[in-house]
Ligand binder design. Structure first.
Ligand code: RUB
Length: 326
């Protein structure tokens, strides 16, 4: 059987590995890389006939889809590109797939720019934002505010275990935004100095729940208690259409070694790798209920979380399919 599996180009497998290992990370960047990988598969395919070409593209999409489960931007990107694969010949299929992937990538960056300009309207001159993880959508709001001549400062949460806060801090410093880096445990103390919590999203559910990096929900609850508004910057490819029909969003559980390297584990268990009484859990994301979110900023405007479903229905219709599993 295995020699009948459609050939996935090694460059696609390399992108899939990079997504799984988080060398490519963040919902928008993952979507962009996945669309690019499908274009590469189309470009390099040596399929002899249209059926073989389609099967290869589906196999490539499947490999990309199986990397990480939480950011819906990934299946949304794969679906968008595969739906644009049209034609009766391999040459036509190739050209239409590449065109569609390019269009997706161009739309993505345009949407982020638009969203940034909308989000920037919420930031006043002199405001301080508190960030969590590293979100390109969230930072596009700061970038646009700075371009408007506003002085914005940031309190950047470190974001254990992968410390994406360092990426955020580096980016903000490139824009000359003053940054104070704090450990995650210092959140509540530093909320007193913040005017906004500004985060991104991996997925947004039909009820307005926001799925983002683990720690976002605790941050939002604390912010509500402190009276600091919570702003979620999320392009519409983060809207999770399956949640309109009752599906839930899978929260990725990652390797425990990201939290606890093996030598440190051995110190706790006395070197016993089979100690059943000691467990490390490493969920990558959590769910922030809509009541703790003030606004979801998209490229179509800002929405109270409870009304995001109207936009979702308009953009995605009522049903979705998984063209890679045909
Ligand atoms: C990234 C994360 C980001 C969102 C939004 O998690 O939670 O906040 O993906 O990012 P990870 P963007 O580091 O595990 O991928 O706005 O860039 O799409």
């Amino acid at each position: 059987m295995s020699d009948q599996q459609p050939a996935v180009d090694p460059a696609v497998t390399a992108v899939a590995d990079d997504i799984a290992e988080m060398d490519i990370r963040g919902a928008a960047t993952i979507a962009d890389a996945a669309a690019g990988a499908l274009a590469t598969q189309a470009e390099r395919s040596e399929a002899a006939d249209p059926a073989a070409f389609r099967a290869q593209l589906r196999a490539a999409a499947r490999e990309l889809y199986e990397t990480r489960p939480t950011a819906v931007s990934l299946p949304n990107a794969l679906r968008f590109v595969l739906r644009g694969m049209e034609g009766e010949t391999v040459a036509d299929l190739r050209a239409s797939t590449i065109d569609r992937a390019e269009r997706f990538r161009a739309d993505l960056s345009q949407a982020q720019e638009k969203l940034g300009r909308i989000g920037a309207n919420r930031l006043r001159d002199g405001d301080v934002v508190m960030t969590h993880c590293h979100s390109t959508d969230a930072l596009s709001c700061v970038e646009a505010a700075v371009e408007d001549g506003k002085h914005v400062e940031a309190i950047v949460k470190e974001t254990r275990p992968r410390k994406q806060g360092h990426i955020t801090a580096r980016q903000l410093r490139e824009w000359d935004v003053p940054v104070t880096l704090v450990v995650d445990n210092a959140t509540r103390r530093y909320l007193d100095d913040a005017d906004h919590v500004l985060v991104g999203a991996d997925s947004i559910a039909a009820d307005g729940s926001v799925i983002n990096k683990i720690g976002t929900s605790g941050l939002a609850v604390n912010a509500r208690e402190r009276g600091v508004p919570v702003m979620v910057a999320a392009q519409t490819i983060k809207l999770h259409p399956d949640t309109m029909t009752g599906h839930t969003v899978e929260i990725e559980m990652r390797d425990e070694r990201e939290v606890l390297p093996e030598p440190e584990r051995a110190e706790i268990t006395g070197g016993d790798p089979d100690d059943e009484g000691f467990v490390v859990e490493n969920p990558a994301f959590d769910v922030t209920p809509p009541r703790h979110v003030d606004a979801i900023v998209t490229e179509h405007g800002q929405y109270p979380p409870e009304s995001i479903v109207t936009l979702m229905r308009e953009l995605f219709g009522a049903t979705t399919d998984d063209p890679w599993s045909v």
